[in-house]
Design a protein around this ligand. Structure first.
Ligand code: SF4
Ligand code: SF4
Length: 350
């Protein structure tokens, strides 16, 4: 079993990546459902949501994943906790029969059976802070297709592979024996266990689509134009510009040591109000220390750049960064995965 970060790094030429602009996410879950419809409808996959969107601050899914260990510290693999099925959250049962066929008319209403105490989006729209300065934002997550995948390093079967041509991380189900070391090792807890087939399963970055130069379904379906998809090392692509050139898109929990290839434009928020209801610019509505806890110290520079470029745009000046983030032409967000899927003769369900 590979124990160091170096062991886990295969040679990769291109590297697929996504950028999520958290200032535009509506929490609509279209991405979540697009992924569910495409990839996780088979037996044993009922509880899987390879694409999730949770409200922050919150415990996320699986529950408390941020304190579940795994990843690397100083290049050395760390112990991680195996999330339980309950941590991921089961689908709730509802009283459909009683409401629709029980003959009770308006006396009953649709409600969960029993009292659910957890679910995959339990903290939805709760957030933190006190009125009128309360706040929350949505955090979409997929597998990060890490440059140093802790899941790959932990697998004694060599069942987790990182594709050489584009860095997509996949599970070879023929090799997997269901040991679940990958689930313990992934610090983002983005691997699931299929009880019916006894194999690990995870986001595949829609590789059958990417192989045809079509953007992943979660990105293409997103009505908020939140999700950029492409190669991080394509200097003409929006991801390179947001990550490398403008440095406003930064990874989630970089201290986990896996070098994720999903990047986030951190959220800004309306200004705080003082006790008289007047604007109070002395401190931000979303505490910066909370954003640092998610994205590391790079969030300071990112927020400063975003604020400065927003001011330029507001004054009528040119801003390449604001034009990129506004994304007037949605297809520009996916270079080079810009092919129209309706022009392709697909096999299977893609
Ligand atoms: S996010 Fe987790 S499952 Fe995905 S590549 Fe990184 S370590 Fe592996
Ligand atoms: S990323 Fe897009 S599709 Fe997903 S919840 Fe946010 S706005 Fe909706």
């Amino acid at each position: 079993m590979a124990r160091t970060r170096k062991d886990a790094q295969p040679a990769t030429h291109n590297q697929v990546a996504m950028v999520f602009d958290l200032n535009k996410c509506l929490g609509c879950q279209t991405c979540t459902v697009a992924c569910k419809r495409l990839w996780t409808r088979d037996e044993g996959m009922e509880y899987m949501w390879w694409a999730t969107v949770n409200t922050q601050p919150g415990r996320g899914t699986p529950r408390d994943w941020e304190s579940s260990g795994g990843g690397f510290r100083d290049g050395v693999a760390q112990p991680g906790r195996l999330p339980t099925r309950k941590d991921f959250g089961e689908a709730w049962e509802f009283n459909h029969d009683e409401v629709f066929y029980g003959g009770k008319g308006q006396d009953v209403h649709l409600a969960p059976k029993g009292k659910p105490d957890w679910g995959p989006n339990w903290d939805e729209d709760q957030g933190d802070g006190e009125y009128p300065n309360s706040y929350y934002f949505y955090l979409p997550r997929i597998c990060n297709h890490c440059t140093h995948p802790a899941c790959l390093a932990a697998c004694p079967r060599g069942a987790i592979e990182k594709r050489e041509n584009d860095g997509i991380v996949t599970v070879n189900e023929d090799r997997c024996r269901g040991y679940r070391f990958c689930m313990e090792a992934c610090p983002y807890k983005k691997i699931y266990f299929n009880q019916a087939r006894k194999v690990a399963q995870k986001c595949i970055f829609c590789f059958p689509r990417v192989d045809q130069e079509v953007a992943p379904a979660c990105a293409r379906m997103c009505p908020g134009r939140v999700r950029f998809a492409g190669y991080v090392n394509d200097p003409e692509g929006p991801i390179y510009k947001l990550v490398k050139k403008w440095k406003v898109a930064i990874p989630l929990h970089p201290e986990y040591g896996t070098e994720p290839n999903v990047y986030y434009v951190p959220p800004l928020a309306p200004p705080r109000l003082d006790e008289n209801g007047d604007v109070d610019e002395s401190q931000p509505r979303i505490p910066t220390e909370y954003l640092v806890s998610l994205f590391g110290p790079a969030v300071h520079q990112s927020l400063a750049t975003l604020t400065a470029e927003m001011a330029k745009a507001r004054n009528g000046e040119e801003s390449e960064l604001m034009d990129l983030l506004i994304s007037r032409k949605w297809i520009d967000m996916f270079r080079p995965f810009q092919r129209d899927p309706s022009t392709i003769k697909w096999g299977g369900r893609v």
